[in-house]
Design a binder for this molecule. Sequence first.
Ligand code: HEM
Length: 488
Amino acid sequence: CFNDKIPEGLRRLPGPKPLPIIGNVLEVGSRPYLSLTAMSKRYGDVFQIQIGMRPVVVLSGSDTIRQALIKQGDDFAGRPDLPSFRLINDGKSLAFSTDQAGVWRARRKLAYSALRSFSTLKGTTAEYSCMLEEHICKEGEHLIKQLNTVMQADGRFDPFRHIVVSVANVICGMCFGRRYDHDDEELLSLVNLSDEFGRVVGSGNPGDFIPALRFLPSTAMTSFRQINARFNAFIQKIVTEHYTTYDKDNIRDITDSLIDHCEDRKLDENSNVQMSDEKIVGIVNDLFGAGFDTISTALSWSVMYLVAYPEIQERLYQELKNTVGLERTPLLADRPNLPFLEAFILEIFRHSSFLPFTIPHCTTKNTSLKGYYIPKDTCVFINQWQINHDPELWKDPSSFVPDRFLSSDGGEVNRQEGEKVMVFGMGKRRCIGEVIARNEVYLFLAIIVQKLHFHAMPGQKPDMTPEYGLTMKHKRCHLRATMRTSEE
Ligand code: HEM
């Protein structure tokens, strides 16, 4: 606890004075990425707040965060024990649970290798370089058809509503070997719950820190419980079907490969990490959850930025037209030849910072950072938004300027600038879906920008104010899309 004696030579953490019971909840407010960024200017890169009775260390600044998550990676690799995290995946989540280092590491390795093998698997025809590409190209075509149908019927569409189904189908294909129709009620009701999920697990939700709030009839927490129960039931049903039809000579998807791992392990008496079958097969729950919400949020924001910056949309279209042409669907191999699209995606990651904080971390032992003492089991927030808007790193950080990532002749992406953007975390807990995510955002965007021209509703401007959560969403809205003609 923070009343611990500070070891000699180390300092006590600075920070705002907490009120009794609620701590600094009022100063943190409803937009913690802004309030905690403002506090970092006053108190520095390492400071302490109190949410309810619980001390939380907030880290900002690229060098400080790198020092904590990379150089002292093991000290900062834990997850805090928060009530909302215990409800996710029945407390057995890979990303949110308080698994000990050995178990977490073994599960992470397994998740990573399953994900990699099923995304790089050969496509069903030579047209596609891998399964990931095949899934995205097919879903991209469905999405365009779907948006056209909706435009003809209603004259407008809700971007998140349709993008989320396409993105969910890509990860469903890899995890479960199946896809859902755009009107499938079961999938729709599930994927449309993700806003609510993000609101509760976003860093700094008072319900997670103030014990008294847990006993009040909180609608957010009740619906969070229900969301998780529905999500688990959905996946459990598919997993049960997989167990029934499992054939070790025909591993169809990630779920089969995890079941197969359980079977193999039973034969391997030397395996030293003890993991239940549930914890192994439960990995698919994390992959599905992380795989659809993040990418659909990124793509839905991208469409909003296309509408908000029509001249950028035009440049992207012209780049595609000149490089890929209009006769064939863009592929992963085209990515290096589309630097402006790459710069646009980097600028969306930076400017929206739609994952403003990583998932909260926790110290695994007594440690120190920049001369400040941080005891074991301290909850740590990593402020990615602050890095992406730090005036020391970026010229005019609040402006949306994809060109900041291009070489002076505009011909290529400046990799060094690109690496300064932080949205996937770093170090031991870094996102394991990063390569897939970057490829998927790129390919979906290339496919839709080649075919569709997006516009705001007449007389309306897109509302770019984010709604706070683990992944920040734009407000649900309606837009218009028209098919591109070759003269454009
Ligand atoms: C963790 C970002 C897509 C799987 C994370 C974290 C971030 C992140 C910030 C937390 C890092 C930390 O706690 O320090 C993103 C973004 C994505 C994306 C911005 C898309 C644009 C994906 C995809 C998958 C995935 C497609 C899998 C299919 C995971 C998993 C973890 C994770 C399993 C937990 C890792 C752990 O706790 O060890 N991601 N992610 N993510 N991500 Fe992603």
